[in-house]
Write a protein that binds this ligand. Structure first.
Ligand SMILES: [Zn+2]
Length: 474
C-alpha cells in the first residue's frame, strides 16, 4: 500500500507538465508515420526528465524510446500519439465544428495515451531512484497505431527482446483491466490489371480490372456465411480505375482488412480471401497482385499481470470527476443515440445507469467476453513479452470511437483526470513488479504456457516495410 501511495504522489506532482504535453499533441494532430512534431515533443520531455533516449527505433523516424535505472528487470510502458484523418474538431464544443475543415483530429485519444504512459514511466523512474531499487523502466513512443502496426514492425526488429514486461492503457468510457482479447488482423491491397479499351466501339477487346474488383467483393460477401462467426472482413475500393464510364478500366485496387480471433484463423481466412481474388482475376482475364500492408496479432492475455493490475485499480478506486465534469459530459451525451449509450455499457458488461455520464467504478476482472473490439498492434507485442493493458475512463459513456465527440473531449479536465488515474495504476503495477521478482517469473511462465504448440507468426511478412512518408525522414 505504502509503495503504491508513494508512486501515486509522484504522479500527482508531475502531472501538470504531462497534461501540457497531451494538450500540445492534441493541438498538432499527425497521422500514421507522420508524427514528426508529436514524437519530437515526447523526446523533449523525456530528455528534460533525464531519460537516456533513442530515436528512429526499428528504423522508424517517429518511434522513440526513453530509459532510466540500472540492471534488471526491464519494464516497458507503451505510448502512442497518432491521430485520425478527417476528424478535426474544436475542444469542448458539443456540436460538429472543425478547427480545420477536413483536418486531422485525435479521435482515439492517443494524445492522452502517450502522455499518460510517459507520466507513469517518469513516476516509476523517480520511485526507483528514491528507493535505491535495481531495474530499468522504459517508455516506448510507438507511432501509427491506426492501421500502421508500428509495434508489429518493432517486434520484427527485435526491439522488445530484452524487455521483461510490457504495460499499456487506452482511453475509454470505463476503467478496468482489458479482457485479453482483440482480433488478429491483416490489411492488404489487391491490385487488378486488365486492358483498356473503348467501352462502346471495342468492348470485346477490353478486360476490366474494375469488374474484377466488383466480382471479388461479391465473392467475399458470399464467403462471409462460411467463416468463423467472430471473424470480420471490411473493404474499400481505393482505386476504381478512373472516372470515365466509356473506358474499360485497366487498373483497379481494393483494400481489404481481414480480422479473426486467433493468428491461425487469420492466416487461413486471408488465404481464402486471396483465392476469391484469384477467381475474380480468372473470370475477368485480368491479373491480380496481393500486397500486404500491415497486420496485428490478437492480444495474448496474462493472468498474473491482469490480477496484479486489477489489484492496483481496486486500491486506487475509480477516478474522481467533479460535478462540472459530469455536466460537460452530459452535454456530449445529448448528442449520442440511446443505442450508443446502451452499447457502451454492454461492451464493458456494466449494468446501465441513467444518471452517470462518466465512469464511477472499476469494471470487475473478466466481466465478460469482449472479443469483438477490433484489433491493436499491442497484440503482436503480447506474444513476445508478457503484456497487460487497461482502459481508463477519460470521456462520456456512450462516446462513439473515432468520432468528433471523442476529439472534443480530449483536452477537458475529465480527460486529464482519467489520464493521471491510468498513470497511477500503471506506475503502481510496475512498482509491484520491481518489488516482486516472483511475479515477473510467473508472468513469463504464463506466456510460455500459452505459446506451447501455438508459436508466434508475425502477420507482417519480412519483406513488407512501414509506409514512411518522405517528409518523416530527417
Ligand atoms: Zn486507439
Amino acid at each position: 500500500m505504502k509503495n503504491a501511495e508513494a508512486v501515486w504522489t509522484i504522479v500527482d506532482e508531475k502531472s501538470p507538465a504531462f497534461f501540457d504535453l497531451s494538450d500540445r499533441i492534441w493541438d498538432m494532430p499527425e497521422i500514421n508515420y507522420e508524427e514528426v512534431r508529436s514524437s519530437a515533443e515526447h523526446l523533449r520531455l523525456l530528455e528534460a526528465e533525464g531519460f537516456r533516449t533513442e530515436r528512429t527505433v526499428a528504423g522508424i523516424p517517429t518511434a522513440i524510446m526513453g530509459e532510466a535505472g540500472e540492471g534488471g528487470p526491464v519494464i516497458a510502458i507503451l505510448g502512442e500519439y497518432d491521430a485520425l484523418p478527417g476528424l478535426s474538431q474544436q475542444s469542448g464544443v458539443a456540436e460538429p465544428c472543425p478547427v480545420i475543415p477536413g483536418g486531422h483530429g485525435h479521435g482515439c485519444g492517443h494524445n492522452l495515451l502517450g502522455s499518460g504512459s510517459m507520466l507513469a514511466v517518469a513516476a516509476v523512474k523517480d520511485y526507483l531512484a528514491a528507493n535505491g531499487l535495481k531495474g530499468r523502466v522504459r517508455y516506448y513512443g510507438c507511432p501509427a497505431e491506426e492501421g500502421g502496426s508500428s509495434k508489429g514492425f518493432m517486434v520484427r526488429a527485435s526491439v522488445f527482446d530484452d524487455v521483461d514486461i510490457a504495460i499499456c492503457w487506452h482511453p475509454a468510457a470505463f476503467t478496468g483491466v482489458n479482457n485479453p482479447v482483440s482480433l488478429a488482423c491483416s490489411e492488404m491491397n489487391f491490385h487488378f490489371s486488365g486492358r483498356a479499351s473503348h467501352a462502346a466501339s471495342t468492348p470485346h477487346l477490353g478486360r476490366s480490372a474494375l469488374d474484377a474488383v466488383e466480382l471479388m467483393n461479391v465473392g467475399v460477401n458470399f464467403l462471409r456465411e462460411h467463416m468463423p462467426i467472430t471473424a470480420r472482413i471490411h473493404y474499400a475500393i481505393i482505386d476504381a480505375g478512373g472516372s470515365a464510364p466509356n473506358v474499360v478500366q485497366a487498373n483497379a485496387t481494393v483494400r481489404y482488412l481481414v480480422r479473426a480471433k486467433t493468428l491461425p484463423e487469420l492466416l487461413a481466412l486471408v488465404a481464402r480471401v486471396k483465392r476469391v481474388a484469384e477467381g475474380a482475376a480468372w473470370m475477368t482475364e485480368t491479373t491480380m497482385r496481393q500486397e500486404i500492408i500491415s497486420g496485428d496479432a490478437n492480444l495474448m492475455g496474462n493472468e498474473p499481470l491482469e490480477d496484479c493490475m486489477h489489484a492496483q485499480l481496486e486500491r486506487l478506486g475509480p477516478a474522481i470527476f467533479s460535478d462540472e465534469d459530469k455536466a460537460t459530459a452530459r452535454k456530449f451525451q445529448a448528442t449520442f443515440s440511446p443505442e450508443d449509450i446502451a452499447s457502451s455499457y454492454a461492451r464493458f458488461h456494466v449494468k446501465p445507469k441513467n444518471d452517470e455520464p462518466l465512469c464511477d467504478l472499476i469494471v470487475p476482472l473478466y466481466a465478460g467476453d469482449t472479443s469483438i473490439v477490433g484489433s491493436t498492434d499491442v497484440g503482436s507485442v503480447s506474444w513476445v513479452v508478457p503484456t497487460v493493458q487497461m482502459r481508463g475512463a477519460t470521456y462520456a459513456i456512450g462516446t462513439p470511437g473515432h468520432s468528433w465527440q471523442l476529439v472534443a473531449q480530449g483536452k477537458l479536465p475529465a480527460a486529464h483526470k482519467g489520464m493521471a488515474h491510468a498513470a497511477k495504476a500503471m506506475a503502481a503495477t510496475a512498482v509491484e513488479l520491481f518489488l516482486n521478482p516472483a511475479l515477473v517469473e510467473a508472468a513469463k511462465a504464463d506466456l510460455q504456457g500459452r505459446l506451447d504448440g501455438n508459436p508466434f507468426i508475425n502477420p507482417i511478412p519480412d519483406d513488407v516495410m512501414p509506409p514512411i512518408p518522405a517528409q518523416a525522414h530527417d
